[in-house]
Design a protein around this ligand. Structure first.
Ligand code: 5AD
Ligand code: SF4
Length: 462
């Protein structure tokens, strides 16, 4: 599994009321990956059938949910800080119910109730169908815990409520769980075994989004390349097949996906991307480390050469494709030479973007049990700073190559800096800011890139 760093994703002040007749209000905060954002939409969908609507004001809430992330220790620390704030609310309003859902709930189970006084509910990512009953128990004054993981649950039939979406792009979950067992990672423990969702429900959801005016979908899974579905009649579908069918639904609907696993990302997927104009030309291909020795210790299953071979395949089959990565520094036994190998792979891969982390030892993982977390903190910090500095150079180089080109941009919002400017994204997932020219959110426009900052391309309509 591989994703985006921990950040608070919602609410964004753009919350839509789903159930105007509901008598109770839920406030939900989401941390972690896009999968958690997608799960929160499922949670809201279930609750809106049971007398709840959402609010973005804590003071109004009858129920507060925190959808949590366990990926690194600092993610959990941050969430515990938020729980302290919610506890104060509960002192003010004793009927308030506080629920911890998602990965931290799954990892800590009942322990969370002891550690975090005044939490009423602890619910793991495969137990959301049970929410109404569990909430009823809490309303009756009992604490309730359900952290059962499932081999089948994909919430295929539940249509997510896009309560905090910008109305332009939406996440569509295509699989859950992860079977990779990378030695540093807690996800196999918090999200359980890998399972794919029925393609009929995926394709119906995409069609529905297109009919409702959405312009972009992102197919989500911890390792999308392992998507696999076998129908009763014996026909099977892999990720390339699903991508192909998704792209054919509406040629004006952009299709993205995340995350690709270097070992499993195959040329069939790349050819499918090249074939369809509406499949976005961006691949998030986390390397984690450039050193084959460290990759072995991480049990990633590929070498530096293999990884660079995959990058080469992307460059030759889809020359205009952007590539991003996740990188961990300071994993167990990482020497200075290993670190140099990471810098080398970054340069050779010419990443457009990367999420970079210091290794954080997670309880019960293979690395915690069998390997020694032996890179000193100050060395981790220095190495992290070095890869961040290199990535800044690479991002700058990649963006300066875009100057002078014309891109199709999907408008997502008004620019943060000026209401006379709009912000959108290229197929390569790069943000572009440009003067508005009367266009609006959801429009596709052609923009010529005039200059760039490290984070953004700046352009003008053509
Ligand atoms: N320590 C640091 N980073 C981690 N990641 C996953 N587990 C850990 C850990 N224990 C990073 C990986 C992954 C991203 C989502 O988080 O780079 O791809
Ligand atoms: Fe997402 Fe859970 Fe992983 Fe965090 S630990 S990135 S929330 S799957």
């Amino acid at each position: 599994m591989d994703f985006i760093p921990t950040k608070k994703i919602s609410p964004n002040g753009d919350i839509k009321i789903q159930n105007p007749n509901a008598s109770k209000k839920v406030y939900i905060e989401t941390y972690g990956c896009q999968m958690n954002v997608s799960d929160s939409e499922i949670v809201i969908s279930i609750l809106s059938e049971h007398d709840f609507t959402t609010t973005d004001n804590i003071k109004e809430a009858d129920l507060i949910f925190v959808n949590t992330c366990s990926i690194r220790e600092n993610a959990e620390t941050r969430i515990r800080g938020r729980l302290a704030v919610f506890r104060l609310e509960k002192k003010r309003k004793p009927d308030l119910i506080i629920g911890v859902i998602g990965c931290m709930a799954e990892r800590l189970k009942e322990k969370l109730l002891e550690q975090e006084k005044l939490v009423d509910l602890v619910i793991g990512p495969d137990a959301y169908r049970k929410l109404p009953e569990l909430i009823a128990e809490a309303e009756a004054g009992q604490t309730a815990v359900n952290v059962l993981l499932s081999r089948e649950e994909t919430y295929a039939d539940i249509s997510p409520v896009r309560y905090a979406s910008n109305g332009v792009s939406a996440f569509v979950s295509i699989m859950r769980g992860c079977d990779n067992m990378c030695t540093y990672c807690v996800v196999p423990f918090t999200r359980g075994r890998e399972r794919s969702r029925d393609p009929k429900s995926i394709l119906a959801e995409i069609k529905d989004l297109s009919l409702n005016g959405f312009k972009e979908v992102t197919l989500l899974g911890q390792n999308v390349d392992k998507y696999s579905w076998e129908d009763e009649d014996g026909t099977s579908l892999n990720f390339a097949g699903l991508l192909n069918k998704s792209a054919l639904i509406d040629e004006n609907l952009r299709v993205r996906f995340s995350t690709s696993y270097p070992l499993d990302m195959n040329d069939e997927v790349l050819h499918t991307m090249a074939k369809h104009k509406n499949i976005c030309k961006h691949i998030h291909l986390p390397v984690q480390s450039g050193s084959t020795k460290i990759l072995d210790l991480m049990k990633r299953g590929y070498s530096q050469e293999w990884y660079l071979g995959r990058v080469k395949a992307i460059r030759s089959i889809i020359p205009e494709c952007s590539i991003s990565s996740d990188i961990i520094v300071g994993f167990c036994d990482e020497s200075e030479e290993d670190h140099q190998e990471t810098l080398k792979v970054m340069r050779q891969s010419e990443y457009d973007f990367a999420y970079m982390f210091k290794y954080s030892e997670r309880p019960n993982t293979f690395a915690e049990r069998k390997l020694e977390n032996n890179v000193p903190e100050d060395v981790k910090t220095r190495r992290l700073n070095e890869i961040i500095a290199l990535q800044q150079e690479l991002s700058q180089e990649a963006k300066s190559k875009d100057v002078g080109n014309v891109y199709e941009v999907l408008i997502e919002s008004v620019s943060k800096k000026s209401d006379k400017e709009l912000m959108g994204r290229t197929s390569q997932n790069k943000s572009v800011v440009f003067p508005s020219g009367g266009h609006k959110k959801g429009d596709f426009v052609k923009v010529k890139i005039l200059r760039n900052t490290t984070a953004t391309l700046i352009g003008a309509l053509v």
